[in-house]
Design a protein around this ligand. Structure first.
Ligand code: GLY
Length: 397
């Protein structure tokens, strides 16, 4: 790892000194490499399924030389099928279409799951792309049912969707910043069904989160615990960050992406303003390394040796491309920052071809305080990396 980052420093130095062409992001090349690598992941996944326990289906990470599969109730189960839809969108090859359809079918039972807030990731991710790319009305029904299931977790007194059912001994109604990502499912469900209930839940959740999750410096805490009877804030905490007061890197990226998507659907200026404030927090943070891949927490105590989180970088890069479309004054800056992040990810953080079970990005951190998934490849990093690469290729004004 140390050698890796020494080389990375040298690379940045050389590219800073080199001609402008050498610094350009080659999204086409990176996507081509990604397609090839995901063929390896497909083969490895099929192989792992043959010896896995029943129900372990979706590739999540590779740790200690093992490809880890998870069941469909896992919060990450939608990322692999959703990535396959991106590969189909990229190539239009029937083989990717068949694979994407089949893997999406696996996760569809989760549309009825009311025990998780992660249905945006699990169901809307794959089913949303499936509907967009095939126009098959079957996926419309899946999305609307998933939105119904998610809405059962909304508490009108507190004005938020419950995130977790666990931790009942310490928290009464925990809401995590990640939950902003699930609002896309609700906005889409209203668009598809005409039922504005989902929209109202999404906007109320976004407004409540805006009031209670953010600090004066525009970083967010991870968990806000509400009183479910009165809506009062009982406390602000962390689960996956370094400390209650620290800025967990992926949480900041979820917030940026979440408020950007809320602006996409509502054109509410407060959401755009919040997304821009989060972007400024991330991009100007003194602890953001020169390669734009954050440490797992901006306030990690052991900088500069703390593990990085490539997933946070990929999520933020993807969000910045979208945000650039809504913020003309900063558009060039956001695109340039997103390009630079992707350049760094594609040159320095990708797995060597054919290795690491076929995952794309190395060096993500899942849950550092629990000692879990530290410095690993992980399916959600790959998904947002693919999305960002596709967004990077879109025509620019
Ligand atoms: N939503 C869980 C995570 O970001 O790790």
């Amino acid at each position: 790892m140390n050698r890796h980052f020494r080389l990375l420093g040298l690379g940045l130095l050389l590219s800073a000194a080199g001609p402008a062409a050498a610094q350009q992001l080659d999204a086409r090349k990176a996507l081509k490499a990604a397609e090839k690598q995901y063929r390896v992941l497909q083969v490895e996944t099929d192989k792992a399924r043959r010896s896995a326990k029943p129900g372990q289906l979706t590739p999540r990470t590779g740790e200690n030389g093992q490809l880890k599969l998870v069941g469909t109730p896992d919060w990450t189960s939608g990322f692999y099928p959703a990535s396959l839809w991106y590969l189909y969108e990229l190539t239009r090859k029937p083989a990717w279409l068949r694979a994407a359809r089949a893997e999406t079918q696996c996760i569809e039972p989760e549309q009825h799951n009311t025990t998780t807030h992660d249905l945006g990731f699990m169901v809307y991710g794959p089913a949303g792309h499936a509907l967009r790319l095939t126009q098959d009305a079957h996926y419309r029904a899946v999305i609307i049912q998933a939105a119904r299931s998610l809405s059962t977790r909304f508490n009108p007194r507190a004005g938020v969707i419950r995130s977790w059912d666990q931790h009942k001994d310490s928290w009464q109604f925990p809401v995590i910043i990640d939950n902003m990502m699930n609002l896309e499912l609700l906005f889409e469900a209203t668009r598809l069904s005409g039922d504005s209930t989902f929209w109202r839940v999404a906007v109320t959740h976004a407004n409540t989160t805006l009031r209670h999750h953010f600090r004066p410096d525009n970083s967010s805490c991870h968990v806000v615990d509400y009183d479910p009877q009165t809506g009062a804030v009982r406390g602000r905490h962390t689960a996956q960050g370094y400390a209650d007061e620290s800025a967990w890197a992926r949480g900041q990226a979820w917030g940026l992406y979440g408020y950007t998507l809320c602006y996409r659907y509502t054109r509410h200026p407060a959401y755009l303003a919040q997304a821009e404030r989060i972007a400024a927090f991330i991009l100007r943070h003194p602890n953001l390394p020169a390669d734009r891949v954050p440490y797992w927490d901006y306030n990690a105590p052991d900088l500069p040796t703390a593990p990085r989180d490539a997933s946070a970088a990929a999520i933020a890069a993807s969000a910045l491309y979208e945000l650039a479309g809504y913020a003309p004054a900063q558009a060039a800056y956001y695109r340039q920052q997103a390009d630079a992040t992707l350049r760094s990810l594609s040159r320095q953080y990708t797995a060597p071809a054919g290795q690491h079970h076929g995952f794309l990005l190395l060096h993500s951190t899942g849950h550092k305080p629990a000692g879990s998934e530290i410095d690993v490849p992980i399916c959600y990093a790959d998904y947002y990396y693919l999305e960002a690469l596709l967004r990077a290729r879109q025509p620019r004004p």
